[in-house]
Design a protein. Structure first.
Length: 355
């Protein structure tokens, strides 16, 4: 089995962060979303991965490289325009050959893994196997209608009158039959080759398409709120590890990771939390649900339920909550009384908070 990972989206809902960083590289729990995806794929025993990239391809390749660090062999497939998921299948035809493959959206996080689904696909051998979860508003998703045996009767993309509340969550298992379907479909009303149309082609031509309802945690990290929620969930799986320096005046409680080269000085860290390599935390309180990147400075600051990216500086702010601070940003107070703030700050920003 091979894997096809789709990482060509522009991340418009994550602006301003996605102006300078592909959405698939935004970190949750100290690691890019795309690395979480590739970790799940490696758990299936898959070693060969094709990553479909757009204009952000060089940035993704800089982080992932040839995949060797992750136990994978990675190639990159360039998609000039976002022409749909079935177009990605067409684009990857030579790479995939006639092998079975898993197709996985590169901004989706499923920390409980997909091994059970893969095992079901291998055991039953349908032409396609989709992963579903119940959602409150299925109109924003591809939606599947099932029969009583778990076989898919119909799929439709973003319907105004959904046939069910079971949404396709961005993980698909296919045999080579999908290549015939992808070649047969035509652009939808929004100008894309929809994977739902290709799956429906299989159903209409009497191929077996099955489904699994996913019981674990799933998050499409397409919005800042989703990134923060996912960060909280993954931090909950931390195991305490202190590789950096913590002075006698500091206190660590709960599941806290202090990476090599980090220094905690006269501060309190309440887990779950990660302090990245080379970061200084001084006269500060870092609360639960916080991931701080590499080479940051937190001084005289209280911060919780937040993500701080590499090289950022936050000083003199006693109340940041639910915030996202980009790379090399500088956040400091200007004047006035202490208060609580919520910030979404892009890379290389300087922000002075007025009282």
């Amino acid at each position: 089995m091979k894997a096809l990972v789709l990482s060509g989206g522009t991340g418009t809902r994550l602006r301003p962060l996605s102006y300078s960083m592909p959405k698939q590289l935004i970190p949750v729990a100290g690691k890019p979303v795309l690395e979480h995806v590739l970790g799940n794929i490696r758990q299936l025993g898959v070693e060969e991965v094709g990553i479909v990239v757009g204009e952000s391809g060089p940035a993704i390749a800089d982080v992932i490289g040839d995949g060797g660090r992750l136990g994978l062999r990675v190639i990159y497939l360039e998609q000039d325009q976002p022409l749909g998921l079935a177009h990605c299948v067409r684009l990857a035809r030579d790479f995939l050959g006639d092998e079975d493959f898993v197709m996985y959206l590169g901004d989706n996080v499923l920390p409980d893994g997909i091994r059970d689904v893969a095992a079901d696909f291998r055991r039953r051998g349908p032409a396609a196997h989709v992963v579903l979860q119940k959602v409150a508003d299925p109109r924003a998703f591809g939606v599947a209608e099932l029969d009583t045996t778990g076989r898919v009767r119909r799929v439709v993309e973003k319907p105004q009158q959904p046939p069910s509340d079971l949404a396709l969550i961005g993980v698909y298992f296919f045999t080579a039959a999908i290549h015939r379907a992808a070649a047969a479909v035509r652009p939808s009303a929004r100008g894309e080759l929809e994977i739902t149309d290709a799956i429906q082609w299989l159903i209409s031509h009497d191929f077996e398409v099955r489904a699994s309802e996913y019981a674990g945690y799933w998050k499409d990290t397409g919005r800042i709120e989703d990134v923060l929620d996912c960060n909280r969930r993954l931090l909950g799986d931390l195991r305490r590890e202190v590789a950096g320096e913590v002075d006698a005046a500091s206190r660590l409680t709960g599941q806290v990771v202090i990476c090599p080269g980090a220094r905690v000085v006269r501060s309190r860290i309440d887990g779950p939390a990660i302090i990245g390599a080379g970061t200084l935390v001084e006269e500060s309180h870092v609360g639960p649900g916080t991931a701080v990147g590499r080479d940051c400075v937190l001084r005289d600051t209280r911060l919780e339920d937040s993500v701080v990216l590499d090289g950022a500086t936050i000083a003199g702010l006693p109340g940041l909550h639910g915030s996202f601070v980009g790379r090399s940003a500088v956040v400091t107070p200007r004047r006035g009384e202490n208060s609580c703030h919520r910030l979404i700050v892009g890379d290389h920003t300087r922000l002075e908070i007025a009282g």
